[in-house]
Unconditional design. Structure first.
Length: 145
């Protein structure tokens, strides 16, 4: 490290020169660029045995659909639409294995009657606490009403 004197606006300022600073700066710029363009990798669980495209578990899918149909909100809505349990069962028996499997997969994505309200409330509280801590650390006064 070297100290040099530089005159700026009628006064002398001591400036510390660090050797290799330009090289380190360029290295960091290039490293961040490479990290930014790297493809994102995602992982997931793989089944222990590979199913053929046409091979599905019809009974498992039907049980999953039946559980959803037995739910209070879904059964009430179907009753409002004028469908009885017998009509629903007859229509379910007319569906192909592929159609039943697609419905079962779509049911996995639905959250009937569930919400992430608790997660949202916790996230908002954590953010508010972090903001208060940050303000206290910077010397600002926090006034709570």
């Amino acid at each position: 490290m070297h100290l040099t004197l530089i005159r700026r606006k009628r006064r002398e300022v001591k400036v510390m020169e660090i050797p290799w600073i330009k090289q380190i700066s360029w290295y960091l710029v290039i490293a961040m660029f490479i990290i930014a363009i790297a493809p994102k990798a995602e992982a997931g669980f793989a089944p222990s045995e590979i199913l053929a495209p046409g091979q599905t578990d019809r009974t498992g899918d039907l049980e999953k659909i039946q559980q959803v149909l037995e739910g209070k909100a879904v059964s009430e809505r179907l009753a409002q639409l004028g469908l009885t349990r017998d009509e629903i069962q007859s229509r379910m028996s007319q569906l192909s294995d592929r159609q039943i499997h697609q419905i079962a997969l779509q049911l996995d994505d639905l959250k009937v009657g569930k919400s992430d309200a608790l997660g949202v409330v916790v996230a908002v509280l954590v953010i508010a606490i972090l903001i208060v801590i940050l303000l206290k650390l910077t010397g600002h006064r926090v006034v709570l009403i």
